[in-house]
Design a protein around this ligand. Structure first.
Ligand SMILES: Cc1ncc(C[n+]2csc(CCOP(=O)(O)OP(=O)(O)O)c2C)c(N)n1
Length: 277
């Protein structure tokens, strides 16, 4: 039975999730730190406030689907799935170890994960296909996918955008984690993708932009889909890479950097402070 959480409870949860993300990345001595902290609030709201999916109904063909196209931020997904009961959290202790399924990108060997991702540029096309199947089956489920703004330089996304609007897939919701940084620097200098709103609109999507750390706004916007009947919905979530830890925020060098002992303690203290507020 899924529990209803208040916005305050979800805010506390996000700070706890961020602590756990850092803890398991530190233990594994590897992981995608900045991007996981960037999308934590989005995953929190999806799994605890929006998606009709749980360990109990994961085999139900009518469940909602979530596909994490920016697969490298899997540490955030692991922590949220564990909290939702898909597997015991203790299994995360094995992250990145020999024979563990908790590797650096999502695989379906982990309970709760819908699709293998990590090679960027595939999640939107897969999601569009599942949404199209849902339409043909007259199934009630919705498909949500999370894209990175750097990921949008993969051309396959733009084909999937065309196909989704052509087939009027209003059961499909894509979210862009718009933190303006990718692996080697700012999007603006690596390969510019803005203005996103105009581009997605021109491709036939209904587009909204909100702050991607605003829990009430995320919940309200992601609950009320489609944004327009007959069109796929695109949410541009304005986020901060490394959100919650002052020295990681807006610094692309934390894309997959592991904190040293001192940095780790400082990060946990900052997140503790958020929980105490
Ligand atoms: C096809 C492919 N090319 C390159 C990579 C290497 N890569 C991993 S993460 C990343 C940057 C992604 O940036 P963005 O989508 O903005 O992610 P975020 O900043 O939210 O972590 C790249 C290029 C990859 N995983 N897949």
């Amino acid at each position: 039975m899924k529990r209803y959480y208040s916005d305050d409870e979800l805010t506390q949860k996000s700070a706890e999730y961020r602590k756990k993300i850092l803890t398991y990345i530190k233990k594994a001595n590897g992981g995608h730190t900045g991007g996981s902290l960037s999308c934590t609030d989005i995953l929190n709201v999806l799994y605890n406030g929006v998606l009709n999916v749980s360990p109990e109904n994961f085999d139900d063909p009518n469940r909602d689907r979530y596909i994490q196209s920016k697969g490298h931020s899997v540490e955030a997904l692991y922590v949220v799935l564990a909290d939702c009961g898909f597997f015991p959290e203790s299994e995360l202790e094995t992250m990145s170890q020999y024979k563990s399924h908790f590797v650096g990108h999502p695989t379906r060997k982990v309970p709760g994960i819908e699709q293998n991702t990590g090679a960027l540029g595939h999640g939107l096309a897969i999601s569009a296909g599942i949404a199209l199947a849902g339409k043909k089956d007259k199934a009630p489920y919705r498909v949500f996918t999370l894209l990175g703004d750097g990921e949008l330089t993969e051309g396959s996304n733009w084909e999937a955008l065309l196909v989704a609007s052509h087939h009027k897939l209003d059961n499909l919701v894509a979210i862009v984690d718009h933190n303006r940084l990718q692996i080697t620097g700012p999007i603006e200098t690596v390969c510019k993708t803005d203005p996103l709103e105009e581009k997605f609109t021109a491709f036939g999507w209904s587009v909204k932009t909100i702050i991607g750390h605003d829990i009430p706004a995320l919940r309200k916007t992601l609950t009320n889909t489609p944004f327009e009947p007959g069109k796929p919905s695109m949410l541009i979530a304005e986020t901060i890479k490394g959100k919650g830890v002052s020295f990681m925020e807006n610094n692309y060098k934390w894309h997959h950097k592991v904190p040293d002992d001192e940095q780790f303690q400082k990060a946990l203290m900052e997140l503790e402070h958020l929980i105490a507020q």
